[in-house]
Design a protein around this ligand. Structure first.
Ligand SMILES: Cc1ncc(C[n+]2csc(CCOP(=O)(O)OP(=O)(O)O)c2C)c(N)n1
Length: 437
């Protein structure tokens, strides 16, 4: 622990024990902190101290450990879902403290509803399904045709990170989703509440949720606002590799031709691609940034590849995204899209939302075997700068569909920006670029 972190931690401990109760619910465990979270909590701690008697101005945080214990107290012992940045501290706590048998990170959010249903059928018990509200769409079918009271009536608690909450600053792809989230739950007939950011409130809300789930045998949802949880960090060990995703993106992009088309996946990758074009003083017209719609970049790329047979299409994908909608690979493999080139940047984790393991973390997992089994014509792995450069050259020279798996380490640069052009500007520039024959 660095000196500044130790100092903060001591401040936090002191304040947590402060009889004036100026700040509440700070950690009873010993989480590690990253500097941005650290400085935000430090700033908040300072403000809380300044509030003096105005305790109504105090900002609380929910300790992931306390919330986990409160869940166990209402009988929840099984946890599954897809990670979200607003839930990353809770996810990190789970990854570090829960055994694998009781905690499964699923490929997509619909799978998690299925898993929770199977768990209920086998045990009669309720589980927790966590997700970002972007993944609500993936849950709709199993919620309405499996878990609903009108069908198999299966209780489960949904913990939903509320990106794009009205009144909060967020990216374009989260705005509509954030706005429609409560209405969507209403339409689905799912009762919900906002998760309080202090343990007494959270415990009460969990008790009401339990009462509802017991009485109606149906799902109940908790909406989680940003910065509800106290920071908790745990790092999933992955192989020591030299290149980051940003390094790899730069090498790939610099190896492409002037007319080559790029479709990039959700998360940090598209942000790094955008910044690299800025640094190179290039326009952004060659890139379609799949800022939302996680897992669909390869299908978008296929749609373009089939219509533009004289152009080369490079889909820059992530392991979590490919796994989320892996069925797309089966369809791609069964086409004759010779110009479809899939580059999977595999860091074995959901790096963009906190670094939780994907199935690619498993010892017996292989993207090359999967691609081959789905009918891709060829595949290769690259881990170094030279291998990536040669790999892209090779992809350009062969007939697809083909795949290049690029093995990278987790992590991203601090202060990474966000695209400054809007999705509509991106679309217009890109369509214009596609129109060159
Ligand atoms: C349907 C849906 N579920 C969850 C998310 C939240 N999310 C954004 S990026 C991301 C991780 C992507 O992981 P991966 O493809 O492996 O790329 P990496 O971040 O590791 O580069 C997640 C889970 C989302 N945007 N959409």
């Amino acid at each position: 622990m660095s000196a500044s972190v130790r100092c903060l931690y001591q401040t936090v401990r002191k304040l947590a024990n402060n009889p004036s109760g100026v700040i509440r619910n700070l950690s009873r465990t010993s989480p590690t902190w990253d500097s941005s979270q650290e400085s935000q909590v430090e700033e908040q701690t300072r403000r809380n101290e300044e509030h003096g008697q105005l305790t109504e101005l105090v900002r609380d945080f929910l300790n992931p450990a306390d919330f986990y214990n409160a869940l166990r107290n209402i009988g929840i012992n099984f946890f599954c879902g897809v990670p979200d940045s607003l839930l990353k501290d809770f996810c990190a706590f789970m990854a570090q403290n829960e055994v694998d048998e009781n905690h499964v990170i699923t490929a997509n959010e619909g799978n998690a509803i299925g898993l929770a249903a199977g768990y209920h059928l086998a045990t009669g018990k309720t589980s927790l399904v966590y997700l970002q509200n972007s993944g609500l769409g993936n849950t709709v079918n199993p919620l309405v045709s499996l878990a609903a009271h009108e069908v198999y009536s299966i209780p489960m608690l949904l913990l939903i990170g509320w990106r794009g909450e009205p009144g909060k600053r967020d990216e374009p792809q989260h705005l509509l989703q954030g706005h429609v989230t409560p209405g969507l739950l209403d339409t689905l007939g799912i009762k919900y509440a906002t998760l309080p950011d202090y343990i007494e409130g959270a415990t009460k809300t969990l008790q009401s949720a339990k009462k509802h789930m017991d009485e109606f045998n149906s799902p109940f949802a908790l909406l989680v606002r940003r910065q509800t949880f106290l920071p908790f960090k745990s790092r999933i060990p992955t192989p020591v590799l030299s290149l980051t995703r940003e390094d790899a993106v730069k090498i790939i992009v610099d190896s492409l031709g002037e007319y080559d088309i790029v479709v990039s996946t959700t998360g940090m990758l598209s942000r790094e691609l955008f910044e690299h074009r800025v640094a190179r003083e290039q326009g952004h017209e060659r890139d379609f940034l799949t800022v939302g719609s996680m897992g669909h970049a390869s299908s978008i790329a296929l749609g373009i590849a089939l219509q533009k047979p004289t152009r080369q299409i490079f889909c820059l994908d992530g392991d979590g995204s490919v796994i989320m909608h892996m069925g797309a690979m089966a369809i791609i493999g069964q086409t004759n899209s010779e110009n479809f080139k899939h580059i999977i940047l595999n860091n074995m984790v959901h790096d963009s939302v906190g670094g939780q393991a994907t199935a690619a973390h498993g010892d017996n997992f292989s993207f090359l075997e999967i691609a081959k089994g789905n009918g891709y014509k060829q595949g290769k792995v690259a881990t170094t700068e030279v291998e990536i450069t040669e790999g892209v050259r090779w992809l350009k020279s062969i007939k697809g569909p083909a795949v290049l798996e690029v093995k990278i380490r987790q992590g991203s640069r601090k202060g990474l920006g966000r695209p400054t052009r809007t999705p509509l500007q991106n679309k217009a520039d890109f369509m214009n670029f596609l129109s060159y024959s």
